[in-house]
Write a protein that binds this ligand. Structure first.
Ligand code: HEC
Length: 211
C-alpha cells in the first residue's frame, strides 16, 4: 500500500500537478486544502460518504459486511476511499497552525440556530490543540485499519471498523464543533439512552450544574 504524507497539502498537490509531464490529476474543488473546513469537506466527508455508499450496499442481516455481497471491485473501492480519508485525517493532524476556515468562508452550520462560526470553532480548538491533533490521528489510524482489512478481504474485521467510523467522527465533532452537546449526550447516557462507552463522551466530562 502506498501511503503519502502531506505536510503541506496544497503546496505538494500543486507541485505534483505542475512539475512533470504526467497528466494532471482531476482538479481538486479548490486549490490547496490548508484549513480544517476544506479538508473536512473535500477529503474526509466526501470520501467517507462514498465509502459508506459502498459498504451500505453490502450490509449483512446482522449488520457488518456480508462477505457474499463483497467482490474485488467493492473491496478495492473501500481500500482506496479509506486511504483517501486517512490522507485527509493525517493532513488535519499536521496543520500548523490549525486554521478552521479561510477568511470569508462560512462553515456549514454557522447560520443555523445553535450553529457555530469558524471563529468559535477556532476557539474550541485553541483550548486543546493536542487533543484535536490526537483525534485526527485516531481517525487516520482507524482508516488505515479499514484499508488494511479491505486489502486482506477481511469482512469480520472491516465490518465493525466501518460500523464504528461514525462515532470516531462524532467524538471529535462533539469536542470541537458543538461542545454544548457533550453535556446533552451525558444526560442521555445517564438515562441509559446512550452507550456509556460512546467515544463521543471522550475525556474530561464537563461538570454538571445542579440536578
Ligand atoms: C479531528 C477532529 C475531527 C474529526 C476526526 C472529524 N471531523 Fe468533521 N469537523 C471537524 C470540525 C472542527 C468541524 C467544524 C468546521 C467545519 O464545519 O468545517 C467539522 C465539520 C464537519 C462537517 C461540516 C462541514 C461544513 O460544511 O462546514 C462535516 C460534513 C464533517 N465534519 C464530516 C466528518 C466526517 C464524516 C468525519 C469522519 C469520517 C469527520 N468529520 C471527522 C473536526 C473533525
Amino acid at each position: 500500500m502506498r501511503k503519502v504524507f502531506f505536510g503541506s497539502v496544497g503546496a505538494l498537490a500543486l507541485l505534483a500537478g505542475c512539475s512533470s509531464g504526467e497528466p494532471e490529476p482531476a482538479a481538486p474543488p479548490e486549490t490547496g486544502d490548508t484549513t480544517v473546513h476544506a479538508i473536512m469537506v473535500n477529503q474526509i466527508d466526501k470520501h467517507a460518504d462514498e465509502l459508506w455508499d459502498v459498504s451500505n450496499a453490502a450490509i449483512g442481516n446482522n449488520g457488518g459486511l456480508d462477505p457474499a455481497k463483497m467482490d474485488d471491485a467493492r473491496w478495492d473501492k473501500i481500500a482506496e476511499l479509506a486511504e483517501k480519508v486517512a490522507t485527509g485525517s493525517h493532513a488535519v493532524a499536521a496543520l500548523d497552525p490549525i486554521t478552521v476556515a479561510a477568511p470569508g468562508v462560512t462553515i456549514g452550520d454557522s447560520g443555523l440556530p445553535g450553529g457555530h462560526t469558524a471563529e468559535q470553532v477556532q476557539g474550541f480548538i485553541a483550548a486543546n490543540p493536542e487533543l484535536f491533533r490526537e483525534m485526527a490521528t485516531t481517525l487516520g489510524v482507524h482508516m488505515d485499519e479499514i484499508a488494511a482489512a479491505a486489502h486482506a478481504r477481511d469482512a469480520a474485521t472491516a465490518g465493525p471498523l466501518i460500523d464504528q467510523l461514525d462515532s470516531v467522527c462524532e467524538s471529535c465533532h462533539v469536542n470541537f464543533w458543538y461542545p454544548e452537546q457533550k453535556e446533552l449526550i451525558e444526560q442521555f447516557q445517564n438515562e441509559g439512552t446512550v452507550d456509556p462507552d460512546h467515544p463521543a463522551l471522550g475525556p474530561a466530562a464537563p461538570e454538571t450544574a445542579g440536578e
